[in-house]
Design a protein around this ligand. Structure first.
Ligand SMILES: NC(=O)c1ccc[n+]([C@@H]2O[C@H](COP(=O)([O-])OP(=O)(O)OC[C@H]3O[C@@H](n4cnc5c(N)ncnc54)[C@H](OP(=O)(O)O)[C@@H]3O)[C@@H](O)[C@H]2O)c1
Length: 346
């Protein structure tokens, strides 16, 4: 059955300016890290992407290594672009990244010019694209000069492979250095992709949020639901098929009785706001910052289309009273779930 996107999709979403750039992003974006590899039926991937676009989610976030196996998420999305989204390329913001291990040998990871440019070419081929909208350095490479990594991003834009560039999981100090180099090269850093959620506030502790406001760089927060912990899905135990049951990136050991007691209390705050916990967790990430507009977009993942619909509903209530924010702060403790802390502080 051919797919026709919902006619009212742009009335269902709000769009926010990415820093001081011309790029507008949906408040909720969809990432294809999990559930887009060979372990998931193609029909499920298709249904998730269709539902996202039907809700005005125009931004799809990928990386070279998403799968399993690495690369297969980009291949699957390339198929969806050809079958479902043909004719809609100019309505989509598609991103990819390079930084983590992608191929054997010394040129298959980190931040060299050799790796970044080759990886971008591979990503374009897998997706069947002429260009991506945003290309990221996925993580700091402590051994490659930042000038080389940023120079590669600049080249990727100048050669027509990407329209904008960004960085992911760079701490505040590294972000200032990277942004200065990119500015000098004439290719501005438009976006930063850090992890951020009610349970993971390193961007506040590090001063990154203020740095981004200061520099006029937009931001997209990944794992805003703490990989599913900030939903009600684990309150009754670990469901079969859930991420915590898959032995991948979410350690079931983090879902402790103490953590669940906090999640239950957060769900009560959400219910009093007329939201699901997932919706409140996304709205919290999107609340205004102390020194600027705050996070531009919340980058969710989903294993089912219904989850996308639930998450997209977050935008119906993005306002918090001071009492609600204080209640959330009082409940939230910081479990050790920031898997990206090492890169952030490199
Ligand atoms: N730059 C980086 O280094 C980096 C690192 C990680 C992620 N990312 C990006 O961020 C994206 C999002 O990461 P993430 O998938 O970990 O984000 P997340 O939104 O925190 O977690 C997504 C998971 O939460 C559950 N979920 C989502 N909506 C739900 C709902 N409404 N109700 C109940 N459960 C719900 C699903 O779990 P189940 O699968 O168990 O159903 C889903 O797979 C990735 O796809 C990727 O694009 C970037």
């Amino acid at each position: 059955m051919p797919y026709t996107p919902a006619a009212d999709r742009y009335d269902r979403m709000t769009y926010r300016r990415c820093g001081r750039s011309g790029l507008m992003l949906p408040a909720i974006s969809l990432g294809l890290w999990h559930n887009f590899g060979h372990d998931t039926p193609h029909g499920v991937k298709q249904a998730i992407c269709r539902t996202a676009f039907d809700h005005g989610i125009t931004h799809f976030d990928l990386a070279n290594n998403y799968g399993p196996p690495p690369g297969s998420a980009e291949e699957a999305f390339g198929d969806i672009l050809r079958t479902d989204f043909a004719g809609f390329r100019d309505q989509l913001i598609i991103s990819s990244k390079a930084g983590y291990l992608m191929w054997d040998g010394p040129h298959g990871e980190w931040g060299s010019r050799k790796y970044l440019i080759a990886s971008c070419d591979q990503s374009l081929k897998r997706m069947g694209l002429d260009y991506v909208d945003i290309f990221y350095s996925h993580r700091v490479d402590p051994d490659t000069p930042l000038e080389e990594t940023m120079g590669a991003l600049d080249h990727i834009v100048r050669s027509g492979r990407a329209l904008y560039v960004g960085i992911s999981s760079y701490n505040s100090a590294r972000t200032r250095e990277a942004a200065a180099i990119l500015k000098e090269l004439g290719t501005p850093c438009v976006i930063h992709q850090p992890s951020y959620s009610i349970l993971n506030r390193w961007v506040e502790d590090d001063g990154l949020k203020e740095t981004l406001d200061d520099l006029g760089i937009g931001s997209i927060a990944f794992t805003p639901l703490a990989q599913g912990i900030l939903t009600s899905k684990y309150l009754g135990g670990i469901p079969a098929g859930s991420r915590a049951a898959q032995g991948k990136s979410l350690d079931p050991g983090t879902i402790t009785p103490r953590a669940l007691a906090s999640v239950r209390a957060l769900a009560d705050v959400a219910a009093a706001r007329g939201q699901t916990l997932a919706q409140m967790a996304l709205a919290w990430v999107l609340r205004p910052g102390k020194t600027g507009p705050g996070i531009t977009s919340a980058l969710i993942g989903a294993s089912r289309p219904e989850q996308v619909t639930d998450c997209a509903g977050a935008i119906r209530n993005l306002d918090f009273s001071a009492a609600e924010l204080a209640a959330i702060d009082a409940i939230a403790e910081e479990p050790e779930i920031n898997l990206w802390a090492q890169s952030s502080s490199a």
